[in-house]
Design a protein around this ligand. Structure first.
Ligand code: 5GP
Length: 123
């Protein structure tokens, strides 16, 4: 599949410093920042700095160094936000069925309260 990355998406603008963000962690290849409309007491978004649309794009095209850095940054957020004891959920929405709003790969790290079941029943 050919992926088209739109460099005008809001996370690309955050990465270029064109709009502000509340940074939790930054590494060579990844950025973690707080979601502007948090769905839980802890709601952090982790993004790669490279131009990847969604998880399967990243898995196919990113370097091993980017993938290792991204995975470790997600784990470091779980630790720095104190989520290990009571648990957390990580989610990555992709495309239309996944209801992805921003077309730059992001992992939602959610915690700080009971999160309920994983999915709503199909309607
Ligand atoms: P998606 O639906 O694409 O998985 O999630 C996109 C997320 O990005 C949403 O949870 C939304 O609140 C968050 N978001 C959208 N615009 C901004 C922004 O400008 N700054 C931050 N920090 N989060 C944003």
């Amino acid at each position: 599949m050919a992926y088209h990355y739109d460099d005008q998406n809001i996370f690309a603008k955050i990465l270029r410093g064109e709009i502000p963000n509340d940074t939790v962690l930054e590494t060579e290849h990844s950025l973690a920042f707080r979601d502007i409309q948090p769905q839980a007491p802890v709601h952090v978004l982790v993004i790669p700095k490279g131009p990847y649309v969604c998880y399967d794009h990243f898995a196919q095209a990113a370097s091993d160094a980017e993938i290792a850095d991204f995975t470790r940054t997600i784990g470091a957020v779980c630790e720095s936000e104190g989520l290990q004891e009571n648990g957390y959920r990580i989610i990555s929405n992709a495309g239309e069925a996944g209801v992805q709003e921003v077309p730059h790969l992001h992992i939602h790290v959610l915690g700080g309260r009971g999160l309920g079941r994983m999915l709503e029943p199909a309607r």
